[in-house]
Design a protein around this ligand. Structure first.
Ligand code: NAD
Length: 254
């Protein structure tokens, strides 16, 4: 029971295919007490249904573009729990039109929105979380190889992931002295709602499967296990890192 007595916030469950849901189940199995958020009323039904299989988690609305909702989420956590041990940030967004064709065509507004939701929001959560992490803590986000290399169609999301990974390093440096660790898991392609917005995602998955040393798809539970390592005391010496959970794809030359 690696997470017994630990309390944490998970942002990014949309449905049973969500990476955040794989992480949630692994943390719940190990005894964590959880707060799940849902982006809007439309997704709240899914999250409520999934939550029925958990041990009475807190469920709160949270749209990451709203400072007011971010503040309200942490006020509620302070009221309910008083302190926090971990945060999982597994949310990203870019308009569909920005996830096809050339990066060159990215509009100012699509660039802004992708970076606001997919990169800045990690810092916004860390700002609010760290006063509640008086006994130390662990913050985790999700990245993708497109933040390091050019992946066709990933475009502005790749640039936002690069900003996210750099944010992980700066936040890790700021929060390390408080005993708070900040890391990312860079996952291989997984068929989720967010992934369905990326043009040609099916061929990306086939390419991954045929080229990756482990010759298989990444799944949400192997990401969940890596998250468990980083969020529990097992990962206590690790901060500011991007851990690849991609079957080894990222080591290949092409
Ligand atoms: P998903 O669609 O299940 O999850 C994305 C989540 O982002 C959803 O829950 C959605 O509600 C949330 N979100 C989007 N805009 C939001 C906003 N304004 N406020 C609050 N929440 C918002 O897809 P996923 O693939 O599980 O994505 C989770 C994370 O994993 C993302 O950061 C994604 O970039 C990353 N990732 C995904 C893959 C993949 O292949 N699926 C690979 C590597 C990294």
């Amino acid at each position: 029971m690696l997470m017994q007595g630990k309390r944490g916030l998970i942002v990014g469950v949309a449905n049973k295919w969500s990476i955040a849901w794989g992480i949630t189940q692994k943390l719940a199995e190990q005894g964590a007490e959880l707060c799940l958020t849902y982006q809007n009323e439309r997704l709240s039904k899914n999250v409520r249904e999934l939550a029925e299989g958990l041990n009475n988690p807190l469920l709160l609305p949270l749209d990451l573009t709203s400072d007011k909702q971010i503040v309200m989420t942490f006020e509620r956590l302070k009221q309910e729990w008083g302190h926090l041990d971990f945060v999982v940030h597994a949310a990203a967004f870019a308009p569909r039109a920005a996830l096809e064709g050339q990066f060159l065509a990215t509009s100012r507004e699509d660039f802004r929105l992708a970076h606001d939701i997919s990169a800045y929001s990690l810092t916004a959560l860390a700002q609010m979380a760290h006063p509640l992490m008086s006994e130390g803590g662990s913050i985790l986000t999700l990245s993708y190889l497109g933040g390091q290399r050019v992946v066709p169609n990933y475009n502005v999301m790749g640039v936002a992931k690069a900003a996210l990974e750099a944010s992980v390093r700066y936040l890790a440096a700021d929060l390390g002295p408080e005993g708070i660790r900040v890391n990312a898991v860079s996952a291989g392609p997984i068929k989720t709602l967010a992934a369905s917005g990326i043009s040609g995602f099916g061929s990306m998955m086939r390419h991954h499967r045929s080229r990756t040393p482990l010759r298989k798809d990444t799944d949400i539970f192997e990401v969940g296990d890596a998250a468990l390592f980083l969020l529990s005391s097992m990962g206590r010496g690790v901060t500011g890192q991007v851990l690849y959970v991609d079957g080894g794809f990222s080591i290949m030359a092409e």
